[in-house]
Write a protein that binds this ligand. Structure first.
Ligand code: HEM
Length: 456
């Protein structure tokens, strides 16, 4: 393999950037269980570019310098391609996250048309109603977990967006089966192909396949019904997608539709729920941030609902969400497989290497961010970071397609929670980063206590 020495004075270093010299298996465990500590260690010792190893996988070359990040994202689709292969197990071969080239462009165009911000903002009322429903069930004066509550809200919202008013036992069944799929996939090791096959019938691989099949069964029934009754006239994502594909002359097969539905349902709720759990947790660590956010809400909403026309004015709230996504990005990094040799950050990288724009490290790079570890939402009011300095939704031709929907939903639900509830973190709770599949969530489900709740 490649020789890994870097000579900082020479413009043309040979081989891969250096990295930790511990066994690859140990690196795998550290990446799985202590992702931030391990990456911080590597960044301290090797700078803003280093290589890590997982047994039997290509080398991972991590970058946390905006210029290098720009090079990766600008080469997207040309010299580098998505490296999301392991996700096919959960999302399917036809998921936007897995597709490349023309099919990726086609599905991205179709999904982009149905998911764009203006369309999704119509779900504001649904978001408020779901937030209220959850808040009304929270206990007073004793700890409960914020993260599962947020998962419930965001799952209900995305299901409503995708399937419209379709209700009934199939929806409840689908909700339950999706939860099971996510519970199995939330493990730490399933991204490493050879680890997930251990255990035969009881292996992670077998369990994920069973859970995915059971989701597909319900989705198939829903699709058959929707196709029989005709999609025309319906306004939900599924119907609009079927119609748009038909009009573009590229009717999607049932399997393609099922995979894209699962992608939207999974990617569209777990990430947003985690962003909300982090934001509520981080905000409540600082009394001054809670006070500033509530003051803004009082001034802008005057006790009313966070309706769409007023959300633009909630600038401090927006800054707290961005500051949380900076310090606690839900997805800590994105990967791209090098398909043609490329020069990044002074290194000539061969095909076969996986380059990793590190969201978590770039967001805390002291060359980019003054006092990087400090939670200070005001920094987002004072200046606007560039797309290679702040990229919680990734970048290039694969930047998250649900970004504006996610930011909108996070703002609506957070506004509702802060307007109605006086919360505090559960006694003794100090949030730690816990890996759940490809996301990093607050530990222990983010326990909090509600001291007061205003009725609607
Ligand atoms: C706070 C919430 C969210 C975060 C932090 C997030 C983050 C990300 C990231 C980091 C990527 C990979 C981008 C890259 O490779 O450069 C991604 C891709 C994607 N996300 Fe999100 N996401 C969120 C919410 C959503 C929502 C609400 C949806 C759908 C309704 C969604 C659907 C997708 C899809 C389909 C892709 C694949 C895009 C492609 O490969 O072309 N995400 N997201």
């Amino acid at each position: 393999m490649y020789h890994a020495q870097r000579n900082d004075r020479v413009a043309l270093p040979v081989g891969l950037p250096p990295g930790p010299k511990i066994p690859a298996l140990l690196q795998t465990l550290l990446i799985g269980f202590w992702p931030r500590r391990f990456q911080d260690y590597c960044a301290r010792h090797y700078g803003d570019c280093f290589t890590t190893w997982i047994p039997r996988l290509p080398p991972f070359v991590h970058f946390s310098n905006p210029e290098a990040i720009r090079t990766v994202f600008e080469a997207d689709g040309e010299k580098v391609h998505a490296a999301n292969r392991p996700l096919n197990l959960v999302l399917g071969e036809n998921s936007l996250l897995i597709l490349h080239g023309d099919r990726h462009a086609r599905d991205r165009h179709l999904l982009g048309a149905v998911l764009h911000g203006d369309r999704m903002r119509r779900y504001c009322e649904v978001m408020i109603a779901e937030a209220d429903r959850a808040i009304d069930g929270w206990p007073l004066g004793r700890p409960f977990q914020i993260h599962p509550e947020m998962q419930q809200i965001t799952l209900n919202v995305i299901m409503r967006a995708v399937f419209g008013d379709d209700a009934g036992p199939e929806m409840d069944e689908l909700r339950e089966r999706l939860r099971e799929l996510l519970a199995v996939a939330a493990g730490t090791v399933w991204m490493v192909p050879w680890l997930r096959t251990i255990g035969g019938r009881f292996s992670l691989l077998a369990r994920i396949r069973r859970a995915r099949r059971s989701v597909d069964e319900v989705l198939t029934e829903l699709l058959v019904r929707r196709r029989q009754n005709g999609a025309r006239g319906h306004d939900d994502v599924l119907s609009v997608l079927i119609e748009a594909a038909h009009e573009n002359g590229c009717d999607l097969s049932d399997q393609e539709l099922r995979d894209e539905m699962v992608t939207l349902l999974v990617a569209g709720h777990e990430t947003t729920a985690t962003a909300l759990a982090w934001t509520i947790t981080r905000v409540h660590e600082y009394a001054n941030v809670v006070a500033a956010a509530k003051k803004e809400l009082d001034e802008v909403l005057a006790g009313g609902e966070p309706e769409q026309s007023k959300l633009e004015s909630l600038r401090y709230l927006d800054a707290t969400i961005r500051e949380t996504l900076r310090l606690n990005p839900v997805v800590p990094d994105v990967g791209r497989l090098v398909s043609r040799p490329i020069r990044i950050g002074g290194y000539e990288l061969p095909a076969g290497v996986i380059v990793v724009p590190s969201i978590d490290l770039t967001h805390r790079n002291p060359q980019v961010w003054p006092e990087p570890e400090k939670f200070r939402p005001e920094r987002f009011l004072e200046s606007r970071p560039g797309p290679y300095e702040f990229f919680p939704f990734g970048g290039g031709i694969r930047r998250c397609i649900g970004m504006s929907f996610a930011l909108f939903e996070t703002k609506v639900v957070l506004a509702r929670v802060l307007s109605r509830c006086d919360l505090r973190l559960a006694p003794g709770y100090r949030p730690r980063m816990k890996r759940r599949g490809i996301t990093i969530a607050p530990s222990r489900g983010a326990p909090a206590v509600m001291d007061r709740c205003r009725a609607v």
